[in-house]
Design a protein around this ligand. Sequence first.
Ligand code: FO1
Length: 328
Amino acid sequence: MSIVCFGGGIGATRLWRALADDIGQESLTLVVNTADDLWHYGLRVCPDLDTVTYGLAGKQDQERGWGLLDESFAAMATLAELGEDVWFNLGDRDLATHLLRTQLLIRGVPLSEVTAHLAGANKVSTRILPMCEEEVSTEVFEKGAGWTTFQEYHVRHHAEPPVEEIRYRGIEVARTPPAVLEALETASLVVLGPSSPIASILPILSVGETRAAIQAAPVPVVAVTPIVSRAPINDPGDAHRAKLRGRLMAARGLEHTASAAASLYTDLVDFFVIDEADQEEATHIHALGMTPIVARTLTHVNPTCAPDLVHAVTSQMSIPSKPVKQLP
Ligand code: FO1
């Protein structure tokens, strides 16, 4: 059994962990967004790759959602003492990952190999694939200001200014890694994770032939909503991420709803999982040509939801939804 999963970051990592606990880490291949990567103080930082790696290694700070457990920020405090405006926080232990990654990249090791090395070093047996080797950068046009990088908008500007436009700089030359195509050829199921559609999923789908390869895969494609409109958000980090997601969707003329997210995947997705709180979204999902599946998706609020969500996703594996390709 092999499930190919698209998405990274905090939301998707929660699902990847639950799936890995259920079917085993080695049964998953993760294709992860790198368009919110940044070069910071000379280091290549890959937030989504690191979040999934730390998450599967059991080393992720669950409360913060990013970075390592038992972290300290002495280096950042020292930079502040030196007069730097510290707006993006790299933990002291996390710095070791960025130092090693940067050194390997400078020596000419491709990002995919660096990522595999870091996964192995963290004793993670899931195959973690960057969406491409090339550098792609999500940039947003802030109303009244101009173009800025995704991380500056999200972290430095707290996702406050409305966004007028979004672009993935460098996407035109990015190529789908052969490993992604090979994984899709042998997949039993494809999953689009509960990640920000504009910031985390669309960059992956916009790389080379990735979207076409998912379309051509003769297996069901399940997407899990990152948006639950009718459940209260109590965690400040989740509230910030919802605001960020909403601002980016508004820039594309979309509401911040599960069905608006689904509307971005109509050519790909067979089954769309919505939360039980948003049951009324089911008719909209159906109208988009997908089968809605209602489940309890908020695993971080209530860990007992995890088996329900995993079942909603994996039970689609046995239902052939697309004709199996004929061999010549
Ligand atoms: N998120 C923040 O809100 N503030 C930070 O200072 C911050 C630092 C950071 C460092 C390493 C890393 O892997 C992630 C980090 N994040 C931080 C999370 C990150 O900005 C985003 O949540 C993801 O890029 C979106 O998936």
